[in-house]
Design a protein around this ligand. Sequence first.
Ligand code: B12
Ligand code: SF4
Length: 525
Amino acid sequence: MRILLYNPDNGVTRNFMPHLWMFLLQSLTPPGHEVLLIDGNAKPMDEAQIAQYVRDEKIDLVGIGAMTRMIAKAYRIADAIRATGVKVVMGGPHVTELADEALGRDGGPRHADAVALGEADETWPQMVNDAARGELKEIYLPVDDTGKERKPSLKQYPVIPWQSIDLEQFNLVPKTATKMLQKVGEGWGTFRIIPVESGRGCPYGCEFCTVTGFFGDSIRFRTNESVVNELLLLKARARKEKGQMAVFFIDDNFAINVKRTKSLLRDIIAAGAQVHWVAQISANLLRDEELIDLIAASGGKWVFIGMESIDPANLKDVNKGFNKPGEYAEVLERLAKRNVYAITSFIFGMDNDTTGVAERTLSQVRTWPPGLPIFGLLTPLPATPLYKRLEVAGRLTRPKHWQEFIPFAMAHTPLKMSIEEAHAEVKYGWAHAYSPEALAQAVDALDDQPLGYRINIFLARLCFRGIYFPMMGKMAWVKIVAQNRRTIFKLVKEAVFRHGLRQPRKPEGAVSYEETSAPETQVSA
Ligand code: B12
Ligand code: SF4
């Protein structure tokens, strides 16, 4: 069969990274089938275009995966494909929770011929075999012979053939600049951020999150060797292409078992497998100095921290009391000392939030080392404890909010402010954290650092701004460049007159990335 795996776009931003599930299922497909991948974020298509593609490419089976916020688009695409007579199977967190919706068993229209519930590492090959025989079932469950739920072990993780996968649609460098940028440093002809998982599961059970319910509260890890080999494969490809590969460790909490994380990072360093990487780690696990040294030495550049709120009462409400706002500053300083910076994520519209929460949050953010703050709204995702609590309390204003997805819009009433006030807080957060003045301050805060660090923070801020303020198209970029012309001029001036004079700060005794990494992974500084 010719199989197409498709992930819809979110209609707002161009995602910076492809979705792992597509590469994973491609690698787990039984031999004898050809698998094509389209990520709508990188290659946007409407219903008519995808139907045409399926006809032109003579596709026999389509697999669609989607988060809740993309599910309406996923259903529209599925409907268009099914109308061509091709079967559609769906998987991922949303249809796992609401399989009846996808299968049209809840009174609504049917969108999928079959759904895979939960982790599909073991059920995907069965689905493919059944489809090839024309015997597709409606529901595939990850269960053992006795019918008990089975979470796939990650000990026998498939080798994703990164050396040969067509990654053209995921290149973040414009084609027109490729030739020229291949000659810069060790080569910047391509730049891709690749998702890699080292483990699955999270025991914390935060109220708004689907992860503990979906992946379970016990954690499964890949072997260090398999992760290291994957990084080496990515590095080799980047080198061959005269380009760059950065890695996003998509584990929900990369340091959930600190001992194991340290051992993985040591193995990465020992194998010379460092690439620049970003990972999600909760603040409570970033107290360990040795861990932070290893993060920096193994190529860690950004840590995503779900801070959620600076108000302990809010954190307690959503079962995230292990976050201690009092230690946020210290954690960020500890990282910044090793030139590791943080993407700090905040949620507004929590039950103890009142108007002014954005400014209160920003007034703390401004005292921290520069990073990338992001702001969202508390969203009741299906089957989360939060959804159930709000449903019972009669507080859901749009119980099926995903059927008509609106970015940055609440689906329930907060307790101490109105929905409109919560929306205004998010807007305030984005507008003030990403204003030309805020960008200039972030660059100035790294004044004692080499130019590369300042350029990095500036470019990263420009890109992150696009999460809230859509920056699709050339005009949007022209406008933003004009608004930030002073900072750009300052950076260019320095590049011309003073480049290379400074060395990055290094804390006493810390192992630096520069000392341990192979030269071809050097990017900035
Ligand atoms: C990496 C990640 C991101 C990345 C982007 C996604 C990417 N390019 O990979 C970033 C950081 C940008 C991101 C952003 C957001 N994310 Co996110 N993200 C993740 C994360 C941590 C890992 C995803 C992953 O690769 N998992 C590993 C793979 C192997 O698992 P999987 O995708 O579930 O796939 C398995 C099964 O589901 C199934 N499967 C999946 N698809 C399909 C399709 C078919 C056909 C079949 C048969 C099977 C199948 O098979 C796979 C193998 O078992 C997950 C949490 C998690 N652990 O999954 C959250 C998660 C997916 N994100 C979530 C959310 C809410 C968001 C945001 C909305 C957050 C926000 N408030 O802004 C944004 C929206 C982004 C957007 N594009 O619009 C939720 C989604 C919940 C839901 N019901 O939709 C999750 C589950 C986390 C959570 N807190 O609950 N995210
Ligand atoms: S720590 Fe992160 S992944 Fe784990 S339950 Fe909380 S929000 Fe979800």
